[in-house]
Design a protein around this ligand. Sequence first.
Ligand code: C5P
Length: 254
Amino acid sequence: MNTKNKCARDRLILALDVNTMEEARELVTELKDYVGVFKVGLQLFTSVGPDIIKMIRDEGREIFFDGKFHDIPNTVAKASANLIKHGVTFFNIHTIGGSKMISTTVKLAKETAKSLGLPKPTILGVTILTSFGQRTLTEELLISQNIDDYVGKLAKLGRDSGLDGIIASATDIPKIRKECGEDFIILCPAIRPTWSVVNDQIRVVTPSDAIKSGVDYLVVGRPITSATDRVSAAKLVLDEVEEAIAEMACAPTE
Ligand code: C5P
């Protein structure tokens, strides 16, 4: 499973970092022609509940549920099955939950989708949160490994335990591709077109550079949602993604 046959729109995920159904609905109806997947995180879900998933599905778009589950295997697997029943197609869990938590979840989620005749879910792993640096990893979690190597090892644990892909920053891609291969899906946040404001993100990458470095899905929030003209901003991002995909297709093979 990879994104090679997907169009630019279906590789663009818009982060719905808002508090109410009204704000979310406004973004979805305004931007659904330019965005294939809408990301629902804990902020919106804890405010609105499962109705948000129905609303996005009714508009004909897919949902990435960014809930970063991490608990005992039984709990994460059953919560994931419930997400599938609501119609979520992408969701994520922490790789640090270990191989049993991951494999139990993957098995139950895929069985649930199959038994309901729903599309196979795309289950992604979270490695080390970008809010962690080497110091916090070493001094607070007492993990002495180099943080980049650790991210690569957790991605490999995820792949070996059955995950479809991983959430990663663009700088992690070479290591993840080396550990996990070309077909492992990489979803990358902290995307910033050159014309946008960086906000609180630290290691940002442009949509074009992300595609060219091998990212499958791009998560974009404020460059589009905070723009004065959101449709124009979304079109600009989409054009940049389309151009990068075309350039990749025409690049000479070595
Ligand atoms: O507005 P912005 O484009 O920075 O939004 C990025 C989205 O991706 C947010 O919803 C944020 O929570 C999420 N995210 C991130 N960095 C990660 C994982 C998720 O920015 N490492």
